[in-house]
Design a binder for this molecule. Structure first.
Ligand SMILES: C[S@@+](CC[C@H](N)C(=O)[O-])C[C@H]1O[C@@H](n2cnc3c(N)ncnc32)[C@H](O)[C@@H]1O
Length: 192
């Protein structure tokens, strides 16, 4: 989907993914793993930045990226209001090149938002934006939807796509927003 498509959804307030709070899965992940080495983290497709602020609050040097300029404006405003520090850049995660690769990359409802034929580009982008041995933590939306966005996926597809390039550290079913309970899978991968 194009920048115009996503920007219009923010401008018209058509954003059912916006829950006014971070993904419960990432909140628990960070709380349950206080020893994670701090470093830089990229949250692509971050929307208004709820997940970015969780990483920033925990002491990571957090960057949010999104195609939609309005999302980046809202994310910046809300981060200032929360008295937190994070950088927000408008850009295309699938096609842009990082100035510096990141230690961590966190996925939440971007993989399901892109076109099915862009999923190869997505895997290449995660490799490009992460340092060697960098960590890729993802909340995948495990729905059975072919007419998205959001588009569904299955565990087998995720393993097939990511395991050639990443080692699976851990996977689990996270706590979710009420309307997504049991429909998410968290995976923690490390780049080979
Ligand atoms: C379903 S929304 C999820 C937003 C946020 N992760 C959340 O859960 O609140 C998908 C987001 O990905 C952004 N997006 C779509 N394609 C993108 C791309 N190629 N690069 C960066 N952001 C993209 C959209 O603008 C939108 O904000």
């Amino acid at each position: 989907m194009s920048e115009c498509y996503w920007e219009e959804r923010y401008q018209t307030g058509d954003m059912p993914w916006e829950k006014g709070e971070p993904s419960p899965g990432v909140v628990d992940f960070i709380a349950d793993n206080p020893e994670l080495p701090r470093g830089t983290v990229l949250v692509p497709g971050c929307g208004t930045g709820h997940d970015v602020r969780v990483w920033a609050k925990a002491g990571f040097q957090a960057t949010g990226m999104d195609l939609a300029p309005s999302a980046m404006r809202l994310a910046h405003e809300r981060t200032v209001a929360a008295n937190l520090k994070a950088e927000f850049v408008q850009g295309d995660f699938l096609r842009d090149t990082p100035k510096q690769p990141f230690d961590w990359l966190f996925e939440h409802t971007l993989f399901c938002a892109i076109q099915l034929e862009e999923r190869n580009l997505y895997v290449e982008a995660v490799k490009r934006w992460l340092k060697p041995s960098g960590n890729f933590v993802a909340v995948f939306y495990m729905i059975d939807e072919k007419d998205g966005p959001p588009f569904g996926t299955k565990r087998d597809e995720l393993v097939k796509r990511f395991s050639p390039h990443f080692d699976l550290v851990k996977e689990w079913v996270p706590r979710s927003y009420p309307n997504r309970t049991g429909l998410e899978l968290m995976m923690w991968w490390r780049r080979k």
